[in-house]
Design a protein around this ligand. Sequence first.
Ligand code: FDA
Length: 309
Amino acid sequence: ATARWSRSTLLFLSRQSWLKDRATRVRSLRRLSRRFVAGETQEEALAAAKQLNARGLWASFDHLNEAVRDAEETREEVREYVRLLARIDEAGAQANVSLKLTQCGLLLDRALALENARAVVAEARARGSFVRVDMEHGAVTQATLDLVRQLHAEHGESHVGAVLQSCLRRTEADARALCAERVRIRLCKGAYLEGPDIAFPDKRDVDACFVRCMKVLLDSGVYHGIATHDERMLEATLEHAERRHLPRDAFELQMLHGIREDLQQQLVDQGYRVRIYVPYGRHWYPYLMRRMAERPANLAFVLRHLSRG
Ligand code: FDA
């Protein structure tokens, strides 16, 4: 119960934009953010991916900026991603991009978000790359899947894909539907605060749903990503793949920058495809707080440092 309360508090704080400026000034939090975020600039993110690639790991970049204020700022995000895709291509990096629809303007104007996301996917297609559309809080699940379906219809499975969160009650049905439509999925547990009406309050149910969805994904014949650091989830995944005689390149495992690097390397050494999510940018506050919420014991640390800022 205490862990659940701490998680909720940290996730509540992650959504308080007034705290963002304060937090980014606190040196100890900035230092901590560097564990989870590759840096503030594209150069730093590319350098991090180069190191990952050298160790046999692939990357997916995320330019952090969830709180865009106007249409111009969303267009700046598109320019950032277009430059990023060009630099990945020129560097020959093993990397693709992850994009949030709120950063494309989903909460401002849905048509604008579609237009912006479409521009990023078109650039990815022109460069033979791929855009993973991250999944955000429950209020935008349906809108996000609608837009991904539209982009998938226009550009095909090789250039755009979705994310599903096993914490949501709807996810198993979404997984079956998207697999039937051949949409590539990244399966994760979900990092946002959701109510019991739409999400499983009990972690055991989230994990059980993860395993059921993982099996739907691996049995579908579509190329998916299984995103977790949970050794039990990973074990279940590798066991299922083995039982189905799937080759090791039929799917990929995905983890976050700065978390369980030992495990990342171990899986690559065993011949699995492992992709690391590499976030970068100045607006790291909500991302850092979601990572803190995954370890609820972090609450006291965060509160102590925020209050000093
Ligand atoms: P769980 O939280 O049970 O953790 C299992 C173990 O992993 C822990 O015991 C610990 O060892 C380690 N661990 C996990 N988080 C840690 C942390 N912050 N610090 C230190 N150790 C930690 N979510 C979402 O809602 N939308 C999205 O689009 C994405 N995208 C995404 C991409 C990728 C590549 C990954 C790996 C994850 C996401 N997520 C996400 C986040 C995801 O929903 C989830 O919050 C985290 O992955 C943590 O869940 P685990 O599956 O790791 O299990």
